[in-house]
Design a protein around this ligand. Sequence first.
Ligand SMILES: *Cc1c(COP(=O)(O)O)cnc(C)c1O
Length: 411
Amino acid sequence: MKAYRDLAPSPRIIMTPGPVEVDPRVLRAMSYPVLGQFDPEFTGLMNETMEMLRGVFQTANKWAYPVDGTSRSGIEAVLVSLIEPGDSVLVPIYGRFGYLLAEIARRCGAQVIVMEREWGGVFPQEEIIEGIMRHRPKLVALVHGETSTGRLQPLEGIGRACREQDVLLVVDAVATIGGVEVAVDAWEVDAVIGGTQKCLSIPAGLAPVTYNSRVETILLKRKRIERGLLMEDAEDIKGFVAIRSNYLDLSQLQDYWGPARLNHHTEATTMLYALREGLRLTLEEGLVNRFARHALHESALVAGLLGMGLELFGDPSCKMPMVTCVRIPPGVDGESVRTMLLEHFGLEIASSFGPLKGRIWRIGTMGYSCSKRNVLLALGALEAALLRHGVSLPPGEALQAAMDVYAIGSG
Ligand SMILES: *Cc1c(COP(=O)(O)O)cnc(C)c1O
């Protein structure tokens, strides 16, 4: 047999918008023995994980649990479980992940109405509310933090408007959960999808979701159709159709996560250990402290980049704290700089998509990767790589500016 060498991934400094470095405590949690999925010890861990998810989502919702799969499995589960063919769905798009929401909604058979904004900005809330009044959709699907452009869409007023019009609001908070406020109940969001491999610093593979009773009511009606339980009070389920997925059917998933414990899929036990530990770390740090940490390292990074003479991309009034988009200086091959950072510094930053491809780099400061050490190393490495690429910049300024933010003394 061919001898394959031992697995030995290089230690990396990962400053992308995901996946990011994982806390050693999470990695350790993943090395524990597997438990059976109906073992009371394991179902106890499932319940604790649900409790902690409610804390992180800032919600009193009964349902808060992970869907097995990467974040988009959570998005797809929510949309396929809510959208019935022919439903109208409004998707305000201001970057790549907005297009993903629209695509998934279309695949679910929705009549999708899109509103578009040039990449680099977000929507004034009134504009989305106007769209809701004009189109009266069944559902609005919206990205909270658009990692492709580094923008954060304000939401506080949109949930209320949706509630008043009896419209459902679904929010992709994959990139923002654990890094910035996502106040599910206060903002009256009906269903929210979070991510693990971004600000929670857990490997990709689970998609935490939460939803309220407005969503659950629809799930239960569609379940009765699916089970052919049409006999009594059929009137209230008239017009509903069965959910067109088994794996992503939230009505079945909640029967598995809830007290009924009905068998569905085999829970990804090791990933659940990871999620539980990542949530425990998040709550131990405290949400407010965690948001402040993301804001602090963002300001040091931004001060450093500006100190180097670089320009940021996008409207600063709606910048995501955990993603910083930097314009690639004219004449510089962005990919060559990224390769130099990876090969010589073991440091990864991200390129970009669509209209921004080749024009900006995206630097993530998420979760465990969001640290003083990483910010200072990234600035030093980027400065060195840019000098090697012939960019004229004031040497040393970047680190000094960042060190000023950290108030690192000279003595
Ligand atoms: C990363 C990301 C996703 C997709 O997550 P996967 O885990 O790759 O499926 C969706 N939405 C946003 C805003 C993201 O940043």
